[in-house]
Design a protein around this ligand. Structure first.
Ligand code: PLP
Length: 360
């Protein structure tokens, strides 16, 4: 065996482009177009005068952040786990909760979904199966109920709303899936829940096999700070912490703990900003419809749309030539679609103008 044969080989996740040029309308990675909560800037100013913030190891429990989130979401601090973006949280969840998956009882997730899931499953050698979405891109809960589908499973994960479709699965359907699988962990990835969808958090009171994961990257305008979190029952969170503290204890740096805490405490800014983005989304949907675009109804901070007369790749290139960047996935079933992040009203007006010019 050569050294190369001994290596763990993986096909990594490919993220959306982060362009170096200025004067670009960047609508390809679902970031927030507005600045974070005002308290975040104040917290950064305070950090500049506090040398211990960098000199010392950070609090590995991120206590102030955990406490602020616990207060905000009305759960106990022991029900919370924070990580370096929800990608960090999700990677640790795969490692912790899907260890028992087998070929007979694989991890299940939709065929069209967040493309990091199969990367983590492959990295950790977790057997998995992709379950096709219905033609309208909705999840059929029956596909995740073993008694109905005939498919046993060892774990389930899906985003709600789903990515990159934006389609929300109703709370009753989410509950059916959680209730039908008491012997495995069901993770609901709520990266986009804050733009008008319903959270699964209330179900935590009834089900001990549910874990809800959220992030500061989209709805709290802090993708650069890398803050994500999971909420579940204490026992489940305890197992997740055991794995985390067996891997790398000091992941979240102190500046992120402090600014995350400032953000978590500002409910008014949060409601206003997410409401504004949802309103822009609804206006943008009407404009897209008038231009002849087709799209599933989105509850996220993006719209997943296609035009019957154009290929997704051509539209993406034509927008790029007009300095507008959107996401295109060259994958089965969705290669004609563009995922367009909701920016400011002004940015979306410019997108509509560009599309009108391209379609003319
Ligand atoms: C953006 C996203 C994440 C991860 O975001 P982080 O920046 O790592 O918090 C997780 N799941 C879905 C579905 C996403 O779209």
């Amino acid at each position: 065996m050569s050294w190369e044969d001994r290596i763990r080989k993986v096909e990594p996740y490919v993220a959306g482009e982060q362009p170096k040029e200025k004067d670009i309308i960047k609508l390809n990675t679902n970031e927030c177009p507005y600045p974070p909560a005002p308290g975040v800037e104040a917290a950064i100013r305070d950090l500049a005068g506090d040398s211990s913030a960098l000199r010392l190891y950070p609090d590995m429990d991120a206590t102030p952040l955990v406490e602020a989130l616990a207060a905000q979401y009305h759960v106990k601090p022991d029900q919370l786990f924070v990580g370096v973006g929800s990608d960090d949280v999700l990677a640790l969840c795969f490692l912790t909760f899907f260890a028992g998956c087998t070929e007979e009882e694989p991890l299940l997730f939709p065929d069209i979904t967040y493309s990091f899931y199969d990367v983590w499953a492959s990295l950790y050698r977790i057997p998995f199966r992709r379950i096709p979405l219905k033609d309208d891109f909705s999840i059929d809960p029956a596909d995740y109920i073993p008694a109905k589908s005939g498919q046993a499973c060892g774990g389930i994960i899906f985003p709600n709303p789903n990515a990159p479709t934006g389609v929300e699965l109703g709370q009753e359907a989410v509950e059916q899936i959680v209730a039908a699988n008491p012997d495995c962990i069901v993770i609901v990835d709520e990266a986009y829940v804050d733009f008008g969808a319903k959270t699964a958090l209330p179900l935590l009171e009834k089900y001990d096999n549910l874990l809800v994961v959220q992030t500061f990257s989209k709805s709290r305008a802090m993708a650069g700070a890398r803050v994500g979190f999971a909420i579940g029952n204490e026992k489940l969170i305890g197992y997740l912490k055991d794995v985390k503290f067996s891997f790398n204890s000091y992941t979240m740096n102190l500046p992120s703990i402090r600014i995350g805490t400032a953000s978590a405490k500002d409910a008014a800014w949060f409601a206003e900003t997410t409401g504004r983005i949802a309103a822009t989304r609804e206006r943008f949907k009407a404009e897209l419809r008038a231009l002849g675009f087709e799209f599933p109804d989105s509850r996220a901070n993006f719209v997943f749309a296609r035009h019957p007369a154009f290929s997704g790749a051509d539209l993406q290139a034509a927008l790029r030539a007009r300095r507008i960047i959107v996401r295109h996935f060259n994958k089965p079933r969705i290669s004609d679609y563009l995922r367009i992040t909701i920016g400011t009203d002004d940015q979306m007006d410019r997108v509509v103008d560009a599309l009108r010019e391209i379609l003319a």
